[in-house]
Design a protein around this ligand. Structure first.
Ligand code: BGC
Length: 437
């Protein structure tokens, strides 16, 4: 046996509503994709995987992959199409999806916000708006009250740092603001407030619905990277790496998880619509989305030369996952959920090795890693890259919506079925799966 999965580790896959559902014309990314040049291949999330109409087919595929758990998102713009008006039909859709997962024996982890906003919310300035925490909390309260009995694990917000940096610093995502540090700081602060208030409310609502407090787990999905000085002897590279690590991830992580703020996160409000924020512990698991590391020179990040990399040129650096898990556990002491980890590999020529190496590191560590969600279940609308970039265990032909399990998808299913990787599996799936350097 190359490695065994610990009993307590559940394996699954992750998706996000806008990236797979299709058919929604009421969210910020639908509008963004209409603007010329915003999406590399000119596609739109309007088509995506048509998952909204193919829930049954896709759950059958999850069963075929033997998934134990599935992380997916709810589309806020469907649930609250206009401010304060909620759509019972949308909630019914998600309730039925949750019931079908339950019937299939697949444990759900539900994400409330994954990068996209209803059009009306985007229009008023989204998370830059001082009232955004109250507005978001209103959506969370409605949704969780309706679904409290169908899901016990929740992610409030996916990668607030990636959302804020792409939207307000690089300007490559909506609302397309560049170098707007004031807005970035407001967005970080309001999103941290949203997370904390939602954390408290989800627990309150589930308890009111009769569930013991420790049956509910709430957290958020941190996007964490490794920042390595390009030249470790160059003090400017080292300072830049430390600065990026703090401003991109550490400050926001600390603010959302404990309420302790430092620049660029501003002091949090004392309360959001009657829910006190204050200092505390606002997580039941440590959620980590991990993809890659950066080589940092003075004020600039890039990729080291001659390293394994994926279709987007991101370095493949499994060791980074161990480093981040260790660091986060030392700081926050809670079960670890790898809420996303995956790679884009259209030819499926190295995804199996990627899975093998990242899982091996987790399984060999003594840390309490309880979930691993591969990103992604199937190819989907990859934001500013569009449909052309492929992260799926399952390949999707967008024209016909035909799904085909990739060889790496079969490998993943075998890992779950055999609770680890045997010598034979290594030979069949990993030996010839090789990175490009
Ligand atoms: C996001 C996903 C995205 C993936 C690959 C993560 O940052 O949460 O939505 O598709 O990375 O880029």
């Amino acid at each position: 046996m190359h490695f065994k999965l610990p009993e307590t580790l559940l394996l699954g896959a992750a998706t996000a509503a806008t990236q797979i559902e299709g058919g929604d014309t009421n969210n910020s990314w639908y509008d963004w994709a209409l603007l010329p040049g915003r999406i590399a291949d000119g596609t739109s999330p309007l088509r995506a995987d048509d998952h909204y109409n193919r829930v049954d087919e896709d759950i059958e595929l999850m069963k075929r992959l033997s998934l134990q758990t599935y992380r997916f998102g709810l589309e806020w713009s469907r649930i609250e199409p206009e401010q304060g008006r909620f759509d019972e039909k949308a909630i019914e859709h998600y309730r039925s999806e949750l019931q079908k997962l339950k019937a299939a024996g697949i444990k759900p982890l539900v994400t409330l916000h994954h990068f996209t906003n209803p059009r009306w919310f985007e229009k008023i300035g989204a998370f830059e708006h001082p009232d955004s925490p109250r507005i978001f909390l209103n959506f969370v309260r409605y949704t969780v009250e309706k679904l409290a009995d169908s899901a016990d694990e929740w992610i409030t917000i996916n990668e607030p740092n990636v959302y804020a940096v792409n939207g307000y610093f690089f300007g490559t995502w909506p609302p397309g603001k560049k170098n707007d540090i004031k807005a970035l700081s407001a967005v970080y602060t309001n999103m941290a407030a949203c997370h904390i208030a939602s954390y408290r409310e989800i627990h309150r609502i589930r308890q009111k619905a009769g569930f013991a407090r420790d049956t509910t787990r709430v957290g958020f999905a941190n996007h964490l990277r490794i920042f390595t000085p390009r030249c470790r002897f160059n003090p400017l590279h080292r300072i830049s790496a430390a600065f990026m690590e703090h401003s991109f991830q550490n400050a926001l992580t600390a603010a959302a998880m404990t309420g302790k703020t430092s620049w660029p996160v501003k002091k949090l409000p004392a309360s959001v619509d009657g829910v006190a924020l204050g200092g505390g512990r606002f997580y039941d698991f440590i959620g980590i989305n991990y993809y890659s590391r950066d080589a940092v020179s003075t004020g600039k990040n890039g990729v080291f030369k001659n390293v394994p990399h994926n279709d987007l040129g991101w370095e493949i650096y499994p060791e980074g996952l161990r480093l981040l898990c260790e660091r986060m556990y030392r700081l926050y002491k809670a079960p670890i959920y790898i809420t996303e980890n995956g790679t884009c590999d259209e030819a499926d020529s190295f995804r199996s090795r990627f899975i093998y190496e990242h899982l091996k590191i987790l399984c060999e560590s003594a840390l309490p890693v309880e979930r691993y969600y591969h990103w992604s279940l199937m190819d989907n609308f990859e934001w500013a890259e569009g449909e052309r970039i492929r992260f799926g265990l399952i390949a999707v032909d967008y024209e016909t919506q035909k799904r085909t399990v990739r060889k790496s998808g079969d490998f993943y299913a075998h890992i779950i079925q055999n609770r680890g990787v045997t010598g034979d599996m290594y030979k069949t799936y990993v030996e010839n799966s090789q990175y490009r350097v």
